[in-house]
Design a protein. Structure first.
Length: 62
């Protein structure tokens, strides 16, 4: 992963010319979330599949 400024420049080049500020902010937010997830996985901070299912069942009222 490159420097954040370089990553944003690359991201901007992929967006349509009529992208709104909200579109740009959303794409930056998603990119940050993905990066945080990758870094957490690299640190071994993972949740077992069964735990995810348990939490989802609770959230979904199952």
């Amino acid at each position: 992963m490159g420097k954040p400024k370089d990553e944003v420049k690359r991201l901007l080049e992929t967006l349509p010319e009529d992208a709104s500020y909200e579109d740009i902010q959303y794409h930056i937010y998603v990119r940050q979330a993905i990066q945080r997830g990758i870094e957490a996985a690299d640190r071994g901070e993972l949740i077992e599949h069964e735990e995810v299912e348990r939490r989802m069942a609770k959230w979904l009222g199952e």
